[in-house]
Design a protein around this ligand. Structure first.
Ligand code: FAD
Ligand code: MLT
Ligand code: ZN
Length: 477
């Protein structure tokens, strides 16, 4: 079978579902709405957030427990059914939806918080908990989740782990590789791999949980995690500043680290086109006049007077020396949310243009914005817009290009140019979104042959029949 949407791709040699198979899954998952087969129910599960990738799965399974996941995978492995693990389906590289008719295993009913130790800050929960709900829960105990992203209202912690999601708190709290203390996963053959440590330090043997962080559903289904949650800060301040040049953005970043040091908790940027897409497509108001670049500087600390004084003094100096042309500091939660919305909702605003060509790259800071400039002059007026925004404090640029609908000419101007440009500067072609379905064949632009060969060997060891998330992450041989 060859997919109509992906004519170049052949379906793997997986079994096809029969009514008897569906009945077997129904016996395994009794109760309402745990085995979905109605095409209208499946539509959302088959379609990705960007509305670009679409699968033709005929079955969604919703286990509630690790044991049920294990039973499902045992059957799938024995009968050779391909399986697509799915969390909140907010992934941006086509990894969360099937390519052909893979069975979708959704973690949406695996949403129990198991424990929270308020003293150590260690949270244990099932993989299907929504990130925003976890943050609300831990904040009642004066803690926060170590990660935060625009999709927090629907992404699952299991999906965050599977993609090694970055987001706006990475600058301060580091990546999930540091804050995940324990993890439980079910392997392709149904075996439950228990790495649920809740210790800060545990150097007994290989740290297997790390393999699953960023594995994009290819090595096992993550079912539980233990996460170290930082203390919630008493005081949070947020400044939104307008700047004349990208060099000024970099200077202010350097100065922020020096002068705000321990209270700096986020440093994000957007260019004028990114802000424009929010104001014109979402009708969000900008709190300051138009400038070529904008930055968000967030501080979090324990002493309000100290933090405010420090930030105010810093901003005054920046204005005096002319590094910052204009700016505002949020005075209440509502203003803070509005300003964060201008940054976090760019992805959503871009979708209103029609089609979005999305790139998420790591680059050395001195090269960072040149990619946007080069792309803009390359695609010219053939695209609706070329925008640059992202986690500049982490060296992570989001380059996005839009057009009213998918345009072969625009696409061929962008790729492979963009990947070659990044590889020449030794950047990464995926900073935080992963490779999924869309980018797997460009892995060699960022990883060596020997590294990819080792990844394939690990994949084979964990999933010899290749049933977990096929056609994703690793390139074909
Ligand atoms: P899904 O989209 O459902 O799945 C993503 C991948 O993980 C798929 O390959 C899937 O098979 C696999 N997977 C999901 N659950 C499991 C599991 N339990 N076990 C094994 N594999 C699993 N990403 C960032 O890094 N930083 C950002 O700032 C950021 N912001 C975003 C903002 C918006 C508005 C949107 C739409 C997306 C954003 N993303 C960001 C991308 C996305 O990676 C994250 O939203 C999130 O980590 C995905 O979680 P999810 O539960 O939606 O996973
Ligand atoms: C973001 O930082 O806004 C997200 O990663 C989404 C995107 O890249 O558009
Ligand atoms: Zn991002």
């Amino acid at each position: 079978l060859t997919s109509v949407r992906y004519p170049y791709l052949k379906r793997g040699n997986y079994s096809k579902l029969t009514d008897q198979d569906v009945a077997q899954f129904e016996r395994l998952l009794p109760g309402e709405q745990r085995v979905l087969t109605d095409p209208s129910d499946l539509e959302g599960y088959n379609t990705d957030w960007l509305k670009i990738c679409r699968g033709i799965s005929q079955l969604v399974l919703k286990p509630k427990t690790t044991e049920e996941v294990s039973d499902i995978l045992k059957i799938c492995n024995e009968k050779k059914f391909a399986v697509n693990p799915q969390g909140g389906n907010t992934g941006l590289v086509g990894g969360s939806v099937p390519v052909f008719d893979e069975i979708i295993l959704s973690t949406s009913l695996m949403n129990n918080i198991i424990s929270l130790d308020a003293l150590s800050g260690i949270l244990t929960c099932q993989a299907g908990c929504i990130l925003g709900n976890l943050n609300d829960h831990v904040s009642q105990h004066n803690l926060i989740m170590p990660l935060d992203l625009g999709a927090k209202g629907s992404c699952h912690i299991g999906g965050n782990l599977a993609t090694n999601a970055g987001g706006i708190r990475l600058l301060r709290y580091g990546s999930l590789h540091g804050s995940v203390l324990g993890l439980e996963a079910v392997l392709a053959n149904g075996e439950i791999l228990d790495c649920m440590s809740t210790l800060r330090k545990d150097n007994t043997g290989y740290d297997l949980k790390q393999l699953f962080i960023g594995s994009e559903g290819a090595l096992g289904i993550i079912t539980k995690a233990a996460i170290l949650c930082p203390q919630k800060s008493n005081t949070v301040n947020l400044a939104f500043l307008g700047l004349d040049s990208f060099n000024d953005v970099l200077d202010v970043f350097r100065d922020s680290k020096k002068h705000l040091s321990e209270i700096l908790s986020a440093f994000e940027f957007l260019d004028s086109e990114s802000l424009k897409v929010c104001t014109s497509n979402l009708q969000l108001a900008s709190p300051i006049a138009q400038h070529p670049f904008y930055i968000l500087i967030e501080t979090s600390g324990s002493n309000g007077t100290h933090d405010e004084e420090k930030l105010t003094q810093f901003l005054e100096t920046l204005m005096t020396v002319g590094k910052v042309k204009d700016g505002t500091v949020a005075v209440d939660d509502k203003q803070m949310q509005h300003i964060w919305g201008l940054r976090e909702r760019v992805a959503e605003a871009l979708l209103h243009d029609g089609y979005c060509y999305k790139y998420d790259v790591s680059l050395p800071l001195h090269d960072f914005y040149n990619l946007v400039l080069d792309m803009r002059s390359r695609v010219g007026h053939k695209a609706t817009r070329v925008v640059g925004y992202g986690h500049v404090g982490d060296g992570n640029l989001h380059l996005n290009i839009t057009s009213p609908s998918y345009d072969e000419e625009v696409a061929s101007l962008i790729e492979p140019f963009v990947y070659d440009w990044i590889a020449e500067r030794r950047g990464s072609i995926s900073a935080e979104h992963g490779l999924g379905f869309k980018k797997r064949h460009y892995i060699y632009h960022s990883k060596s042959r020997s590294a990819v060969a080792a990844m394939k060997a690990i994949k084979h060891l964990f999933d010899p029949n290749g049933i977990l998330n096929p056609y994703k992450t690793l390139p074909d041989d």
